[in-house]
Design a protein around this ligand. Structure first.
Ligand code: F6P
Length: 331
């Protein structure tokens, strides 16, 4: 291992920059050369590489987004595109690739490793739907962003005695909705993993009002009613649900779609530490010569596993959290 590449791919997540910094500086510490790949797998195919020095990653630890930028690449999905990417890596004499991103990133890295390139995946997605880690980089920050919004919404909801439907991200997963719903005391949490009956949701809101509650918060994952079109305009599910709630309860209802603000902002301490430790570990994995794999944290321990194992794992919804949130917010 003499020269390595680092790439961020898929939806960005707070903490990606902290992770890039850790990868670059840990690699430099061990005498490796590092190149940054711009615009995700798209840049890998195009050979859009830039030399990374210690100062290149100065003052980025605290910034959201990714200095390397991210993009979805149709070309990389084809065998031809991946062959081009491999050729670029060989031309630049790159011996290993560290990819920071979600399940799509891991799948792409796995395919590259099958073609003979050593690759290491670092989980970073606010959706937290990667089974090989308890928490993906960005999830904690995104939940804090949602909680901050819910706290503010609560103030005005109480003043006006309204019901609020708060839509959070999660095309196929309800992890943000569940964590923020539990931590934010939502009356109902609607997620793709658990079927719901809108009548029951409304009965709970009405029962709460009878008991003297001055407002209700319903947290909805954007994919609660099935995934919206990939690449299409997000949102929409909260509007339908909000309208139904308004009609069935007769209560004044407002809808908030938090959208992409959940993907931005300074990473939380938890995400910075996670990003820093996993970034450094990924370099160790490349240096160890043990081959390709994925790093993550399970039960407070940093773990390394194969792509096959990692990609077969699904992060399940914590049903205890779901039940607890329902119990506590409906008394
Ligand atoms: O990062 C994952 C995610 O936040 C999903 O929850 C969401 O559906 C998607 O990204 C939207 O991404 P984009 O608008 O960038 O395509």
């Amino acid at each position: 291992m003499r020269r390595i590449a680092v790439v961020t791919s898929g939806g960005d997540a707070p903490g990606m920059n902290a992770c890039i910094r850790a990868v670059v500086r840990k690699a430099l510490y061990h005498g490796l050369e590092v190149v940054g790949v711009r615009r995700g797998f798209h840049g890998l195919v195009a050979g859009d590489f830039a030399e990374m020095k210690s100062r290149t990653v100065g003052d980025i630890l605290q910034r959201g987004g990714t200095i390397l930028k991210s993009a979805r690449s149709e070309e990389f999905r084809s065998e031809e595109g991946r062959a081009k990417a491999l050729l670029q890596l060989r031309t630049y004499e790159i011996d290993g690739v560290i990819g920071i991103g979600g399940d799509g990133t891991h799948a792409g890295l796995s395919l590259l490793s099958k073609m003979g390139m050593t690759t290491v995946g670092i989980p970073a997605t606010i959706d937290n739907d990667i089974g090989s880690t308890d928490s993906a980089i960005g999830f904690d920050t995104a939940c804090n962003t949602v909680i901050d919004a819910i706290n503010k919404i609560r103030d005005t909801a109480t003043s006006h005695e309204r019901t609020y439907v708060v839509e959070v991200m999660g095309r196929n997963s309800g992890h943000i909705a569940l964590a923020a719903g539990l931590a934010g005391g939502a009356e109902s949490i609607l997620i793709p993993e658990v079927e719901f009956d809108i009548q029951q949701v409304c009965e709970r809101i009405t029962a709460g009002a009878r008991q003297g509650k001055s407002h209700s918060i319903v947290v909805v994952a954007e994919g609660a009613e099935g995934a919206p079109n990939k690449g299409g305009l997000p949102g929409g599910c909260a509007y339908r649900i909000g309208q139904q709630i308004a009609e069935l309860t007769g209560f004044e209802t407002r809808i908030i779609v938090l959208g992409h603000i959940q993907r931005g902002g300074a990473p939380s301490v938890r995400d910075r530490i996670l990003a820093t430790t996993l970034g450094a570990k990924a370099v160790d994995v490349l240096l160890s010569g043990s081959g390709s794999g994925v790093v993550g944290v399970l039960g407070n321990e940093i773990r390394v596993m194969s792509f096959a194992e990692a990609l077969s794992m699904k992060r399940m919804i914590n049903m205890d959290y779901y039940e607890l949130a329902n119990t506590l917010s409906n008394l």
